[in-house]
Design a protein around this ligand. Structure first.
Ligand code: CTP
Length: 402
């Protein structure tokens, strides 16, 4: 991740819950304080069984809120003032228990009490046994909180405190720092960069009620638009139909068909420094749309004649000036070779290759496993990551290349 000025004047609440990974919160606190953040630690009742409040108090230089009913504590009722002035609440590590409380509005310890009254940015970094993390209720709780705008930093794969190996290790403190920097807009490395992103599927109507489309949710493109905006870029999103919320501050141009997307992109691409073509543009469409609904004709088959749509990236090829152009390749076989072919034929600077044959990743999902290939032939295979994480790594690569 790129350099950041500092966390000066930023007030962060670090919420620690009762996990063996609480020791990593100590390291995280040290890093934040070293970069001039003002950190107030809030502990769940169980957290104090792993690390003492005194440790956090000594390192943060601030009183620690760890007992709801301790009238002698300087933090008694202080937490209300704290929530009003803090820039961000980071809960790390977050156990299944505290996630359950936060998701369901239960307030029965200092951390869940504070959470319920906090209205600002929230980042949650889970840490738990892999089976617990895979549990349906935990997943549902996380989904619920994500729907309310809470950012989750996925736990990593590896050896867990219980001895098993799986996904459940708290993300590394440096990665958590990066997430905080992004959320607080402290990374401005895309400052004033003009970024054009396409996203979502296209729809090719057959008649007034039917259309051909694909399973793209648009999540990848929206995540890129969101991350680029967070990092200071001026972002325009050309989107096919999706159910997603347009990130604040991002200009939206809606379109439906491949032909409309083609026209919109060609019209404005010359005003941009970067084009990220993450839309799943439909490859075939009928020549003309039937005016009336196509009727059944007894048991006779219906034959549709479809023609290739405009290839947006190929059309841009002829007009490309200085733009850095990123394409995506959704492949079900020969991932790298097919992606390399597209990189060359579409004259791209970078391609994000995505194996759509693997279950549970890609279309519709919040996470994906992709490979970046640049025009020098460098291949970078990434692990399974959240689309928001992929978006930021993609921006890192672009920034380092232009
Ligand atoms: N793309 C495009 N115009 C199209 C189809 C695709 O600009 N009509 C772009 C996509 O946005 C993506 C890249 O081209 O960035 C590759 O898309 P993909 O669907 O993987 O490849 P296609 O070129 O459509 O080839 P195929 O479907 O045969 O693999």
């Amino acid at each position: 991740m790129n350099n950041v000025t500092s966390f000066r004047n930023k007030k962060i609440i670090l919420g620690v819950s009762g996990s063996i990974a609480a020791y990593k919160a100590v390291e995280l606190l040290r890093l934040l304080v070293r970069q001039d953040a003002s950190v107030h630690v809030v502990m769940s009742t169980n957290a104090a069984k792993f690390v003492t409040p005194l440790t956090f108090e000594a390192l943060s230089g601030n009183p620690v809120y760890h007992q709801v009913y301790n009238t002698s504590s300087t933090m008694f009722m202080e937490h209300i003032r704290l929530v009003e002035s803090a820039d961000l609440l980071l809960v790390a590590p977050a156990t299944a228990g505290i996630i359950g409380k936060m998701a369901n509005g239960i307030a029965d310890d200092p951390l869940s009490n504070l959470f319920i009254s906090y209205k600002g940015h929230i980042i949650v970094a889970p840490a738990m046994n892999d089976d617990m993390y895979a549990n349906f209720a935990v997943k549902e709780n996380i989904k619920k909180m994500k729907g309310r705008g809470v950012v989750f930093i996925e736990p990593k794969e590896g050896e867990l405190a219980c001895g098993s190996i799986g996904q459940g290790r708290l993300a590394e403190p440096l990665d958590l720092m990066d997430a905080v920097k992004i959320k607080l807009n402290l990374i401005n490395d895309c400052y004033e960069l003009r970024v054009l992103v396409t996203a979502g599927p296209t729809q090719e109507p057959l008649d007034p009620v039917r259309f051909i489309t694909n399973r793209s949710s648009g999540k990848m493109g929206y995540a890129v638009a969101d991350a680029a905006r967070d990092r200071g870029a001026k972002v325009t999103l050309i989107s096919g139909p999706t159910n997603l919320q347009v990130p604040e501050g991002v200009r939206l141009i809606s379109c439906r068909t491949a032909s409309e997307m083609n026209d919109q992109v060609l019209q404005i691409v010359s005003n941009y420094d970067v084009l990220i073509m993450s839309a799943a543009v439909g490859d075939f469409a009928p020549k003309q749309i039937e005016k009336e609904k196509i009727k059944k004709n007894g048991d006779n088959a219906l034959t549709l004649k479809l023609f290739p749509t405009e290839d947006v990236l190929k059309n841009i090829k002829a007009r490309k000036t200085r733009q850095f152009i990123v394409g995506f390749a959704a492949e079900s076989e020969n991932l790298i070779q097919s992606a390399l072919d597209k990189l060359l034929t579409k004259n791209l600077d970078l391609i994000v290759a995505n194996d759509i044959s693997s279950p549970g990743i890609g279309f519709q999902s919040d996470s994906n496993q992709v490979t970046f290939i640049n025009k020098d032939g460098d291949i970078k295979k990434l692990p399974l990551l959240l689309k928001t994480e992929i978006a930021n790594l993609l921006l890192d690569d672009i920034i380092n290349s232009i």
